[in-house]
Design a binder for this molecule. Structure first.
Ligand code: HMG
Ligand code: MG
Length: 302
């Protein structure tokens, strides 16, 4: 049975922009978050507190958090890979703290090394105090699990390895995990197996799907997840994005395309598709491109 309602987390300001070579002004990032909440998004992944040497685009994290005009009922999340990142995320006054932080690990050793410069086991030891400190302060702890179906360096990833990572996340107090197809190589049955391996450790309300659309499979993978009962997904307005440490990976599935599919299936999202399309046009104009969303294009040229 399909879920009657789906929650989408727009990761455009973070996952979407982190890979952009051209510096995007903080003001534009803030403008994007405002347009997303205006369109009805109830959770937005705003930025990441990572090394500015590794990801220069996110160096304005504190400025972006400071500039947000927060809307009641909207949750704002940020990536914090270690205590240094967590401390930076809560260095501001409390009203500028994120509602949720994200620790991010990988089911592949090689990707863990490339992305966060440590092994899977070491990453868990870095996340442990972050999860503890966040929960102590009432900040919700989400975990992202990269390369749950395929890795750019190791190839196919067995579901057992996803299950192992999910268990490690659970053991350190991570409250929700996202099952990510970082490089978009997954197909529905493989994605299903990765989700099932995660469901051995987390309940259906505590997992989400995070699908990049590199091979054009993300909508199919979303549908396969819905059929399992998964009702939370990360998507990116205008299909922005990619990971700088995952060669060849393109953006997340476009929020517009997922909203169109869900509404067409009678599944509620609370999102206004026209306003969402405008948000995608806004950020893409700033980047000098067209939104990478078939639905956006079709509706705008109708
Ligand atoms: P490291 O080099 O192992 O850390 O980096 P370190 O503790 O040895 O510190 C080295 C330097 O980094 C020091 O500075 C630290 O102060 C600094 P230096 O003394 O050389 O001047 N540093 C920091 N600076 C700011 N904020 C911090 C921080 N930590 C250390 N938090 C680290 C480890 C994780 C920080 C680094 O590897 C890094 O920043 N990596 C970037 C990871 C990243 O942002 N990846 C993209 C996001 S993940 C993703 O896109 C996947 C996802 O979408 C799901 C999916 O699709 O799969 C979530
Ligand atoms: Mg991603």
């Amino acid at each position: 049975k399909l879920p009657p309602r789906v929650k989408l987390v727009d990761v455009g300001p973070r996952d979407g922009l982190q890979n952009e070579k051209q510096a995007v002004p903080a003001e534009v990032k803030i403008g994007l978050v405002h347009r997303l909440q205006e369109a009805g998004l109830k959770e937005i992944e705003v930025t990441s507190f990572v090394s500015p040497k590794w990801v220069p685009q996110m160096a304005d994290n504190a400025e972006v958090m400071h500039g947000l005009r927060r809307q009641a009922g909207v949750r704002y999340s940020v990536l914090t890979p270690n205590m240094k990142g967590f401390e930076a995320a809560i260095a501001a006054p409390r009203e500028e703290w994120p509602d949720e932080i994200v620790v991010f690990g990988a089911a592949s050793e090689a990707f863990s090394q490339k992305n966060i410069n440590c092994s899977i086991a070491e990453s868990i030891e870095r996340f442990r105090p972050v999860a503890e400190a966040a929960r102590e302060k009432g900040i919700y702890v989400r975990g992202a699990m990269s390369c749950t179906v395929g890795c750019p360096y190791e190839g196919e990833i067995a579901p057992e390895r996803v299950g192992m990572l999910a268990k490690l996340m659970k053991d350190i107090g991570v409250q929700h995990v996202g099952v990510a197809d970082t490089i978009g190589v997954g197909t529905p049955l493989k994605v299903r197996r990765a989700l099932e391996a995660t469901l051995a450790h987390y309940g259906i309300d505590d997992i989400s799907g995070h699908f990049h659309d590199t091979y054009g499979q993300a909508l199919s993978n979303t549908l396969a997840s819905l059929e399992l009962g998964v009702w939370q997904f990360d998507t990116s307005v205008g299909g922005l994005g990619g990971c700088p440490f995952a060669k060849g990976a393109t953006g997340n599935v476009a929020t517009e395309d997922v909203v169109y599919m869900l509404h067409g299936m009678g599944i509620e999202t609370g999102i206004d598709l026209d306003k969402l399309i405008d948000a995608g046009v806004y950020i893409n104009q700033a980047l000098g491109r067209e939104p990478n969303s078939r639905v956006s294009k079709a509706i705008r040229t109708k």
